[in-house]
Design a protein around this ligand. Structure first.
Ligand code: F6R
Length: 619
């Protein structure tokens, strides 16, 4: 949700900033902009509606020289996506330019106040208010930029990650954060001095340095060309920066020969999950080792219940986690939409464990939900993919997915990574609680180990989905059905189709059909049914009969060798047999591929679907 890049050092800033914007484009792609100070001290701002490539085109032939700059790719919140509302924004005197990720909630009141004091605005954004407020503070308090930023931010309600350039001080870069992520990369120039990079995440930085500092909430940093980096909080108390070494490589950020990140990430799943379970699942000793559980086992053994907070796809994986944990650990689990939980005054007790599931670790609602839970004294566990993310840092402990960066906006490998991590978590708790028989525990450990290979088999044996998907190019609606562990898979399959192909799709528990949705079925309606030859098989077969007799088109996900459902279906995807609880890890794969190829046949931009952004840092 908006991406920020910045640079100060000896190198030309423009190529670094543009490359960084391309890497961050998954966070927002409705407009982009860049601001530079050249050797003559001119502060320029260039902005364009649309993708970063449109910005590049718009600056052709213009002066983009300078060794200091900031840049932004936008996901619009306040004001429509156009060049005027794009960032960076100038202050009134054009002495400052600023980029911002987040939302300033009291921007209207601040704007009215500033207008009363003679300031005029060009855009409809909350961001312009921020840069004007900083300039106002500089003028009225006759202070430097750093102090003005501190003063301004004390008046601001909301979330921000900001970076600011000042024309009259072309050798320094100031940034700050609260609620939205910001990372400072520390590199070394050819002359041996420190140079600094800024990024909303590590992806624009990793090419140049793996040494980073995660800025904390309400911290302000100033960097200059002499290599000085100072960080204070809003009250001007000096903070000691913690330098962290990034564990990421550049290959993970490239498409690696695939046409889209989404397809690459779908095919990466077997290996990604092998990495996820490595060192955690031990088939030799039949053991599960999660340090977050081992170190805090009393919290889990004695907890009254577990609440899992998440959004979107992560909410779907959380639902599978609930089924598994309840079954394996005999602990009641509630799954909450973080956006509802945070505002509905929920009952949270100190003996509750609250788990936040989030790929990005930055989702504003999920972060707010755990902050609420923290205030009530609950124990907080984070399941995140992005290392060092806000949720990972705000929780008491947790488990990283380790599935590698997910760039495609539609989540795929993070979903299966979350499901397998929740299964590991359930097994680790079950071991501590002794809540399942030992032989079953061993069987589950053995089977979980086989899942990456079975995923590979699923990918290899459903290669003709691309041709089949073309039949649905002009479909207007889809229904997805599943029972038990596969009901959340139906929800996830429907979400994948909606978000990248823009075809309306709904997921239901299969047995709920007859309570209303069955009225939608006719010969035009494709119905995707997850029907593995496992528990509730016969019941799902009956549900398929009910749809067939109303002429619905059946697309099924069946267990290899099951000819019964295959023969009842217009088309089938096959998956290998596995235990009920692990079927979602396999069944979701053909659904991911189906949505991908339907979207391709409709000519959609699958990696950057309309209106969406990868990391939802606004509520
Ligand atoms: C869908 C998708 C979103 C995210 C949701 C939560 O493909 O990616 O629904 O799952 O925005 O994001 P995280 O997991 O980063 O908290």
């Amino acid at each position: 949700m908006c991406g920020i890049v910045g640079y100060i050092g000896d190198q030309e800033a423009y190529p670094i900033l543009i490359k960084g914007l391309h890497r961050l484009e998954y966070r927002g792609y409705d407009s982009a902009g860049i601001s530079l100070i050249n050797a003559q001290g001119t502060l320029s701002v260039y902005k364009a509606k649309g993708k970063v490539s449109a910005l590049e085109k718009s600056v052709e032939g213009k002066d983009v020289s300078g060794t200091i700059g900031i840049a932004h790719t936008r996901w619009a919140t306040h004001g429509e996506p156009n060049a005027t509302n794009a960032h960076p924004h100038f202050s009134q005197s054009k002495n400052l330019s600023l980029v911002h990720n987040g939302i300033i909630e009291n921007y209207k009141a601040l704007r009215t106040e500033l207008e009363k004091n003679g300031m005029t605005f060009c855009s409809e954004t909350d961001t312009e208010v921020l840069v004007q407020l900083v300039e106002y503070m500089m003028n009225t308090h006759r202070c430097d930029l750093y102090t003005a930023v501190q003063l301004a931010l004390k008046n601001v309600i909301g979330a921000y990650a900001i970076a600011i350039l000042e024309k009259s001080h072309p050798d320094q870069l100031v940034c700050a954060r609260k609620g939205s992520p910001l990372i400072i990369g520390v590199g070394t120039t050819s002359s041996g001095r420190k140079e600094f990079y800024l990024g909303s995440d590590a992806t624009p930085i990793i090419e140049y340095t793996n040494q980073v500092i995660y800025l904390n909430d309400e911290e302000i940093a100033i960097m200059d060309r002499t290599g000085r980096l100072d960080i204070t909080n809003l009250s001007n108390v000096k903070q000691t920066p913690q330098l962290v070494t990034l564990q990421m490589n550049l290959d993970q950020l490239e498409k690696g020969g695939y046409p889209h990140f989404m397809l690459k990430e779908i095919w990466e799943q077997p290996n990604a999950l092998r990495t996820c379970i490595r060192g955690r699942l031990n088939v030799v000793d039949k053991d599960v080792l999660l340090s977050g559980i081992i170190d805090h086992k009393d919290k889990f053994i004695n907890c009254r219940r577990i609440i899992i907070c998440a959004c979107g796809t992560s909410w779907h994986s959380a639902l599978i986690g609930k089924y598994f944990i309840e079954e394996a650990c005999q602990i009641p689990v509630e799954v909450e939409y973080a956006s509802e939980f945070r505002y509905r005054n929920p009952v949270i007790r100190p003996d509750d464990v609250v788990i936040a599931v989030s790929q990005s670790g930055e989702t504003a609602d999920t972060l707010a939900a755990i902050q609420l839970a923290k205030e009530h004294g609950a124990f907080l566990y984070g399941i995140c993919n992005v290392i060092g993310s806000s949720i990972a840092r705000a929780t008491h402990t947790g488990t990283y997915l380790h599935v590698g960066p997910e760039i495609g906006v539609a989540s795929t490998k993070a979903f299966t990574g979350q499901v397998i991590t929740l299964c590991l978590l359930g097994l680790a708790i079950a071991k501590e609680k002794k809540s399942i028989p030992e032989d079953l525990f061993h069987l589950l450990v053995d089977e979980l180990q086989k899942i990456p290979d079975k995923m590979q088999w699923t990918l290899e044996n459903n290669k003709d989905i691309d041709k089949f998907a073309q039949m649905f190019t002009y479909c207007k609606n889809f229904i997805y059905l599943g029972r038990g562990y596969n009901y959340p898979v139906a929800l996830e399959g429907a979400l994948k189709l909606k978000e990248i192909s823009y075809i309306h799709a709904e997921g239901y528990p299969a047995a709920e059909m007859k309570h209303g949705p069955i009225a939608l079925i006719d010969e035009e309606m494709p119905v995707v049914v997850i029907a593995p030859k496992r528990g509730m098989y016969e019941k799902v077969v009956s549900n398929i009969q009910e749809i067939k007799s109303r002429k619905g088109k059946i697309i099924s996900v069946v267990t290899e060798g099951d000819e019964v459902v295959k023969n009842m279906s217009d088309y089938s995807f096959v998956i290998p047999d596995t235990r009920d609880c692990f079927v979602p890890l396999l069944a979701v794969i053909p659904l991911q591929l189906l949505s991908y190829y339907v979207a391709i046949s409709k000519g959609r931009n699958v990696d950057q679907p309309r209106n969406l952004a990868k990391s939802v840092t606004v509520e």
